[in-house]
Design a protein around this ligand. Structure first.
Ligand code: ADP
Ligand code: ZN
Length: 729
């Protein structure tokens, strides 16, 4: 394809505006490259776009307008354009929405902005004071580093006016420097650890993959603490040696502080960060530096996959089974699958790391599509905890209490030895249900078919679907009765209350995402606990994710049956993963851990396979069941979610789609529904689902596109297609 367009040439520009085609323009003065970021006129507005190819030629040449200007950013690479096109085709997302994902940097249209920096100059001050001496010493000590006024003043422990005074005499030089600075270089040979035998073997395979410089995906499986991170950091090191960039995706922001410290210890400097907690200025810097190849490594959330890497050589997806990789809003994509797609276009390597891989990845490894590397033992002396059930049918537990006598005894035994216990309950808030004992009504959300959850810490009722909150009412909203509202069922806050009553001497810490204003507070709390600042930890699934508590030796799962209810295809898989991960929190250091699962159905096959710890058997059985049903990953699914303010209109559209399914039948796909979605109303919108199932090899996207093409959405009606749906809410 043509790479450069001379001034006046007809070009096709993709914009982020919701239009279904490219727009034709003339190349500006000086011409422009294919992939260039440009500003173009659209009606009275100026919008951002990317030069996508030659113009189509249908538009009247006389009316063709010219590109306003080419932006100061490296042109989008061919590989990135191909990735956006393929990802868009896979997820049935229009290209403008894909472009929005790839241009999530503020100030893209700005020129290179400058800021003032200060370094040591030639001159000497007329009069030397103690404060002035400290400034000069600091600027000399920090060598070539260009510091801002505030940074230099802080380093010297003086006010900024002292620095300004030195600028006048020439002792300190004030210079203009571009605001977006390169990230410090990472040294692949800075702080490597001596690897154990199976770690070293795995690292060798990954390094070979980096040297080959071709596409490949590796499933790196190993129990928590087996050193997966150490191993994939060796792949990062080799990637850097090859002069390519590395991307590490993590599921949770709260984790990244701990992770960044490890990267710094390994490579001597911090990588770039990309997630919702990063400031706008820093986002802009990361986006640009990644594009110029001046950020070697990015640690980020799923959207980092759409950064404009110059020479990406490795994508690590840590905790690859984590559901947060699936974007459930807007563009519905799974970052794990998109990582594989991007790498295959680039000739890069993917490492999917997990203690409990998703069934999809397990099946891909089984089929030989991914290479499987297994770390069998934990690093050091640590061994997996002993797992047992507590049969709740045989325990005497008073009403409104959830800690069985057997579990309480185990907690006491651990505390006597100065060890920590974790009580795990995957329910935020105080109680999941608030009921009026006079009229029997449960308090629900006004906008959703969901119950409001009492959060005593916040003193409010919260809807976990839409986030709506309201003060805890004094009287029943339905019948007006006073003092009749009762909390039903446990949340972590209520469990903490019970634990405090049961173990009055214990120091209790609650870890739940809603109890911390900032990631920093949460991190401080986690560090405090790790250092022994609590005897009992009460936590939601937040604790299941990779934190290290060396003193923790007992995990008590309050309700192991919780995830098994409901009809979700992945209920068994999720429960298995969550229980194994939570149990993995116990006994990471030299002390042997123990995990106790409170259950009313100890003979349930999932509970039994969790105890047996025979993962291969679990995955095989689960895989067989899905294979029989033609379910993913052995068949294909797509979810269609229709929503709108008027329930009848939504159903009419659903029925119309179900009746006019010719395009689907032509490829042998079946459509189920319409049916009210499990949560039939969210934020005041009625939701109806259809499910489409097809054989594995079928070109499903094309058929789906043909099927929905005739639909003209009236008013506020919406239709979303979810390829490979993860959840069915
Ligand atoms: P995973 O990612 O599988 O949970 P990590 O890589 O986090 O495992 O390793 C668990 C702990 O053991 C970490 O503190 C890590 O630094 C340490 N560790 C693992 N392997 C080694 C090694 N070969 N030498 C020194 N420390 C190691
Ligand atoms: Zn709600």
């Amino acid at each position: 394809m043509q790479e450069f367009f001379e001034q006046g040439a007809r070009i096709g520009v993709l914009t982020a505006q919701p239009l279904d085609r490219l727009l034709d323009y003339r190349a500006p003065e000086g011409g422009c490259f294919l992939g260039a970021y440009v500003e173009v006129p659209l009606g009275p507005r100026k919008v951002l776009g990317v030069v996508w190819g030659p113009g189509e030629g249908q538009f009247d040449a006389a009316k063709l307008r010219s590109v306003i200007r080419v932006l100061d950013a490296a042109p989008m690479r061919a590989e990135m354009r191909a990735f956006l096109e393929k990802a868009g085709a896979y997820t049935l997302t229009p290209m403008p929405a894909m472009l929005r994902l790839a241009t999530r940097a503020p100030g893209l249209g700005d020129g290179p902005s400058m800021r003032k920096v200060y370094r040591r100059g030639e001159g000497e001050p007329e009069r030397m004071t103690d404060a002035r001496r400290r400034v000069i010493a600091a600027s000399e000590e920090l060598g070539g580093l260009a510091l801002t006024l505030g940074e230099l003043a802080e380093a010297a422990g003086v006010t900024s006016s002292v620095v300004k005074g030195l600028v006048k005499s020439g002792a300190i030089r004030e210079e203009e420097s571009p605001r977006d600075t390169a990230f410090p270089a990472l040294d692949p040979d800075y702080g490597g650890k001596d690897l154990t035998e199976d770690q070293a073997a795995a690292a060798d395979v990954l390094r070979d993959g980096q040297r080959a410089g071709t596409y490949g995906t590796v499933l790196l499986k190993g129990v928590t603490g087996s050193g997966k991170t150490e191993v994939y950091l060796e792949a990062v090191a080799e990637c850097l040696r090859q002069g390519r960039q590395a991307l590490v995706l993590l599921p949770e922001i709260a984790l990244s502080a701990e992770f960044l410290a490890r990267v710094e210890a390994r490579f001597g400097a911090r990588p770039a960060e990309w997630h919702s907690g990063v400031t706008m200025t820093e986002r802009r810097r990361v986006w640009r530096m990644v594009g110029e190849g001046r950020a070697q490594m990015v640690v980020g959330a799923r959207s980092a996959l759409f950064l404009p890497f110059q020479r990406l050589g490795l994508i690590v997806v840590d905790e690859e089974h984590d559901t947060s990789y699936k974007q459930e809003d807007g563009v519905l994509y799974n970052a794990r699958d998109m990582a594989v797609l991007r790498a295959s276009i680039l000739g890069a390597q993917v490492v999917l790391a997990s203690a409990t891989p998703s069934l999809e990845s397990w099946a891909n490894a089984d089929a030989g599509k991914y290479r499987r590397l297994v770390l069998t033992s934990r690093f050091g002396e640590a061994v997996l905890p002993e797992m047992r059930t507590i049969d709740m049918r045989r325990q005497e537990v008073p009403s409104n209490r959830w800690i069985s006598p057997a579990l309480a005894a185990a907690v006491n035994a651990r505390m006597e030895r100065g060890e920590q216990a974790l009580l795990f309950l995957n329910r935020r808030g105080y109680a999941p249900v608030t009921l009026c004992r006079a009229c029997g009504q449960q308090i629900g959300c006004d906008h959703c078919d969901a119950r409001m959850v009492e959060h005593r810490f916040l003193k409010r009722l919260v809807c976990h679907q839409c986030g709506e909150t309201k003060p805890m009412p004094e009287v029943c909203p339905s019948c007006g009765a006073e003092d009749k509202l009762a909390a039903v069922g446990p949340g972590v806050e209520r469990l903490a209350e019970e634990a405090q009553a049961q173990f009055p001497e214990a120091r209790i810490a609650v870890l739940s995402s809603d109890l911390y204003g900032t990631a920093r507070e949460l991190k401080a709390q986690i560090e405090g606990i790790a250092a022994g600042g609590a005897d009992i930890i009460i936590g939601t699934q937040l604790v299941a994710k990779g934190h290290n508590f060396p003193l923790l030796t007992l995990v008590g799962v309050i309700d192991a049956d919780l995830g098994l209810q409901g009809s979700d295809l992945r209920a068994a898989e999720r429960t298995f993963q969550l229980m194994r991960q939570v149990a993995g929190r116990a006994g990471r250091a030299e002390k042997r851990g123990e995990a106790l699962l409170q259950t009313y159905q100890p003979e349930h096959p999932v509970i039994r396979s969790i105890l047996a710890g025979d993962e291969e058997a679990f995955w095989s059985a689960e895989a067989d069941e899905r294979r029989l049903g033609g379910m993913p990953p052995f068949g294909r699914l797509a979810g269609i979610i229709l929503s709108g303010p008027d329930v009848q209109e939504v159903f009419d559209l659903g029925n119309w789609l179900a009746r006019n399914d010719g395009a689907l039948r032509r490829v042998g796909a079946q459509v189920f529904g319409p049916a009210p979605a499990p949560i039939a109303r969210v934020r005041g919108r009625h939701r109806v689902r259809l499910l489409v199932r097809a054989e594995k090899g079928v070109a499903l996207q094309g058929a789906l596109a043909d099927w929905v093409r005739p639909v003209k959405l009236k008013g506020d009606l919406r239709l979303a297609i979810d390829i490979d749906p993860q959840s069915f809410f």
